[in-house]
Design a protein around this ligand. Structure first.
Ligand SMILES: Cc1cc2nc3c(=O)[nH]c(=O)nc-3n(C[C@H](O)[C@H](O)[C@H](O)COP(=O)(O)OP(=O)(O)OC[C@H]3O[C@@H](n4cnc5c(N)ncnc54)[C@H](O)[C@@H]3O)c2cc1C
Length: 443
């Protein structure tokens, strides 16, 4: 299998080799490829042929490689390096392919690929696409030159696969980002930043080649005093802490990250010092920060996270539907009972509703629409809750077998739960939506 060909236009240029190009050209190319430009593509419910081809290709990998490996890696609770390498070999994992998915002017290709991969398995899916959290961190704050330098290093290549980690949460601060205690102090003499603190729950934390760390440069300013830093590979003082033993997505690696007098060059501050100083000065004067910009970054990433949950829900639904058509009780197939058939009808409807919200938000993000009702949060909230509900219903439809680890819906249910917790809990999504629709600072 190889990456399907996509049409090449000014707006959706596939990445050839950003590192080899002249610095300015490379930066411009990366900017375009990473999907920074916003377009005006009309919304359509009909997928293009390219999107259908990519969906089929990603589905093939999920079906033939990911799904057969799911049970084993869930039981082992280890990072599935060989599967990630397989994904890199076919071009599903890597800087170029991610850039190509993001470059789709409709915004739908990346969610579509995520849905298929997580349909295969959520733990392995997170192992393959967890790196995109770090990429989104670099993309959200970095200059084009920093993107060109660091994003490829998050992925490595098919012979030497690497991963990236995004480290924001701390043991005492997850939802409440203003509570981060990790600090970054500037050593002017050496033009270095010295980072100290502990990060918690980092996907790929400690095994990543590149860590993106959020640290406070001015604690008095709360979240407005935060900055994002790249920790280059092998930096002294950046170590993995305890690995988390989890309820679900057990193939994916989650761990604490300790930062002890971790020194990074001045150039590792994403966005650069000048921009940071300007931002801090504004915050100290009490001028309004770029609240909308920060909100927009989150709203942009949430549909993709929602698409992952849709993939899990769809996998459980398909399994339960097939099972209900086979399983007999009281001399008939269990699907012949309305209780089962209607449950499946509701499940299908909820999954489609979640996907529509995901696609709407993905299209809005790519086409520069204002998220006036926090549509990105809506998509993640709905999809996460649907995934938990559907997988629980699927267990019920399978009866005793549903509760057994020999049948996959048990794993899917454990996996689904994290989608109501990470990337903003369901309560935080409701907070964002209610504030957006009311204009009131709901507590
Ligand atoms: C498997 C996994 C992977 C993760 N990966 C990453 C990662 O890669 N990088 C990273 O930085 N973080 C990661 N996280 C952390 C995750 O983002 C946080 O766990 C999440 O944001 C919730 O924070 P918390 O755990 O501190 O919960 P808390 O913030 O302590 O919340 C506890 C409960 O209180 C509720 N609550 C809190 N405040 C309010 C409020 N104002 N109104 C109503 N309810 C409220 C919450 O909704 C929740 O139900 C990961 C977590 C897990 C479990």
């Amino acid at each position: 299998m190889a990456t399907p060909e996509t049409k090449t236009t000014e707006q959706e240029r596939p990445v050839q080799d950003g590192r080899a190009a002249e610095a300015n050209d490379a930066a411009a190319e990366a900017t375009a490829s990473l999907g920074i430009e916003v377009g005006d593509t009309p919304y359509s419910l009909e997928l293009s042929q390219d999107q259908k081809d990519i969906r089929e290709w990603a589905h093939g990998f999920a079906e033939q490689v990911v799904r057969p490996a799911a049970h084993e890696w869930d039981e082992k609770e280890e990072f599935p390096w060989p599967v990630v390498q397989e994904a890199a070999k076919i071009g599903l994992y890597g800087f170029e392919s991610i850039a190509q998915f993001w470059a789709d002017p409709s915004g739908l290709t990346f969610p579509i690929v995520n849905e298929e991969l997580f349909w295969g398995d959520a733990g392995i899916g997170m192992s393959i696409f967890g790196t995109t959290l770090a990429v989104a961190g670099i993309y959200g704050s970095g200059t084009p030159e920093q993107m060109v330098e660091w994003v490829p290093q998050c992925f490595g290549d098919e012979k030497d696969v690497k991963v990236g980690a995004f480290c924001a949460s701390e043991p005492d601060a997850g939802s409440d980002v203003s509570g981060y205690r990790t600090t970054a102090k500037y050593d002017e003499g050496k033009d270095e930043w010295v980072i100290n603190g502990q990060k918690a729950w980092a996907t790929n934390g400690g095994i990543a080649n590149v860590h993106v760390v959020i640290a406070s440069v001015d604690r008095e300013l709360g979240s407005r005093g935060h900055a994002a830093f790249v920790i280059p590979p092998g930096t002294k003082g950046c170590e993995q802490g305890a690995k988390v033993k989890k309820h679900g997505i057990r193939a994916s690696h989650t761990a604490d990250v300790h930062l002890d007098d971790c020194r990074v060059p001045g150039s590792c501050l994403l966005g650069g010092k000048e921009k940071l100083d300007e931002r801090l000065a504004k915050a100290r004067e009490g001028k309004s920060a770029k609240g909308q910009a920060a909100m927009r970054t989150f709203e942009l990433s949430r549909p993709t996270v929602g698409a992952q949950a849709v993939g899990i829900a769809r996998a459980a639904y398909e399994y339960a539907l097939d099972y209900a058509k086979e399983r007999e009780a009281f001399g008939r197939k269990i699907i012949e009972n309305q209780a089962i058939a209607f449950a499946l009808a509701d499940i299908k409807m909820e999954i489609d509703a979640a996907r529509l919200l995901v696609h709407r938000a993905a299209w809005m993000g790519k086409n520069g629409k204002d998220f006036e009702a926090a549509e990105g949060s809506m998509s993640k909230l709905k999809a996460g809750e649907v995934a938990v509900w559907v997988t629980e219903r699927a267990i019920q439809i399978l009866g005793g077998n549903g509760y057994s680890r020999e049948f996959p819906v048990e794993r899917m249910h454990r996996d689904a739960k994290i989608w109501t917790i990470f990337e903003g809990t369901s309560e935080i999504q409701r907070l964002v939506i209610s504030r957006a629709i009311s204009g009131v600072h709901i507590q």
